[in-house]
Design a protein around this ligand. Structure first.
Ligand code: C5P
Length: 406
């Protein structure tokens, strides 16, 4: 975790059972060379002792705004400037609410309000509290102010309930802190992505399309751009803002998408096909609106080009990544698809049932490559995208060691 070395992390701990995981996170960060200053709320000290965190971080734990000895050594405003990153883990529903409201009623909240350094929060709470519209609102407000939201995980909770709200594991938080700091390592790497659905015209007012929202492709484009890559995003019609630093090409049909992709491939190192390209289009798009005259009508469809397969079949193809939406036997079908299309990595998701990826803000992926496989559990698409990008860059780096962007 070289990205963490020498970095100053202010680790805020708030009052939840998951506070014990912050001890492990402190250890991991310190071991990989970070300086960690722990700030605990009063409630956090009910769950884990400051002495433990002090021993692990090697620094006095800060707890109060009104401690003259500590304030004399490093005042709270100085502390707010000291960090390269403030990470609040676990972040309780109460703390997120206080932060969203801009309160400064304890040391940690004051630091979050006073600081201009990036803030990440790792929520941890009962699933009911997590799903409450009040918490959703608070998180949305924080996210629009640029606060990074890491997690939560889903699963069995300390209270015995099942659902979203578990603090991410310390190893995963450690990885996310590292990814945050390695931003910029893809400078000069050109990445082309497709996203969203395509629209295949039937006549001037009607078309065939699908439910893709484009969110995963846009999140991936943002994650690549945040690491400094030159990103071209070829997208079908979606209602999403262009991520910072991304060159966007808007298209409608599969054939337009194919043409835009082929035109953007020169110098491309990594291609990610995330679009839900319509497999078929009407054989003819009527020039005028079709009238409802006959009782039965047949629409003749013809195959669209498979953009991903065509990119992978180029004479010197970029490192290619595809997606596979499956309703059963995900890993097996996805691996067949990976081989059939000749792509390097395939990221598969189950689209049946509750956790299906289409139109949702969260997704879970099974990622497969030659001789390897990794499960990325259900997470916010932004976070999942950052993890997938790290994985893609690792495999890409192994394939082209001389061009290793790390
Ligand atoms: O064959 P299937 O549609 O399941 O494959 C999905 C993958 O192939 C996705 O990565 C998608 O972007 C890509 N694809 C494509 N062009 C098509 C169909 C799929 O690039 N015509």
């Amino acid at each position: 975790m070289a990205g963490v070395r020498g970095k100053k992390v202010l680790l805020g701990i708030t009052g939840g059972v998951a506070a014990y995981k912050s001890a492990v996170l402190t250890r991991l960060l310190v071991k990989s060379g970070a300086e960690v200053q722990v700030v605990m709320t009063a409630a956090a000290a009910e769950f884990i002792t400051p002495t433990t965190l002090q021993a692990l971080s090697g620094r006095l734990v800060r707890q109060s705004l009104f401690d003259p000895a500590h304030e004399a050594a490093m005042g709270h405003i100085e502390l707010a400037r000291w960090a390269d990153l403030i990470l609040v883990a676990p972040a309780t529903a109460d703390f997120l609410a206080r932060m969203a409201a801009g309160m400064a009623d304890d040391l940690l909240a004051t630091l979050c309000l006073a600081t201009s350094v990036p803030i990440a929060v790792a929520p941890a709470m009962n699933q009911g509290m997590w799903s409450n519209p009040a918490t959703e609102d608070n998180l949305r407000r924080l996210a629009t102010r640029g606060v990074l939201v890491w997690g939560p995980d889903s699963g069995l909770q300390a209270c015995g309930e099942q659902g979203p709200g578990r603090l991410l594991e310390p190893e995963r938080l450690h990885q996310l802190v590292n990814d945050f700091f390695v931003g910029g390592d893809l400078a000069g790497v050109r990445v082309v992505l497709t996203a969203g659905p395509t629209r295949e015209p039937i006549d001037p007012v009607r078309y065939l399309t699908n439910r893709s929202s484009g969110k995963m492709g846009f999140a991936l484009a943002a994650a690549f751009a945040n690491r400094g890559a030159d990103v071209v995003l070829v997208t079908g019609p979606v209602a999403l803002a262009t991520p910072n630093g991304v060159e966007r090409v808007d298209v409608e049909t599969a054939r337009e998408m194919d043409e835009a992709v082929m035109g953007a491939l020169a110098g491309c190192s990594i291609f990610v096909g995330c679009a839900a390209v319509a497999d078929y289009r009407p054989a003819v798009a009527a020039g005028q609106k079709i009238k409802k005259l006959e009782e039965h009508r047949t629409l003749e469809l013809v195959r669209n080009p498979d953009i991903l397969a065509r990119v992978a079949a180029q004479p010197s193809p970029p490192f290619t990544v595809g997606f596979a939406a499956e309703t059963q036997s995900v890993a097996e079908y996805a691996e067949q698809k990976r081989r059939a299309k000749g792509v390097d990595i395939i990221a598969a998701n189950l689209v049946a049932g509750e956790e299906g990826g289409f139109e949702r803000d969260q997704n879970a992926l099974t990622v497969l490559w030659e001789g390897g496989m990794r499960e990325l559990p259900l997470a916010d698409k932004g976070q999942l995208a950052r993890e997938l990008v790290t994985l893609i860059v690792n495999e890409y780096g192994k394939r082209y060691p001389t061009e290793d962007p790390r």
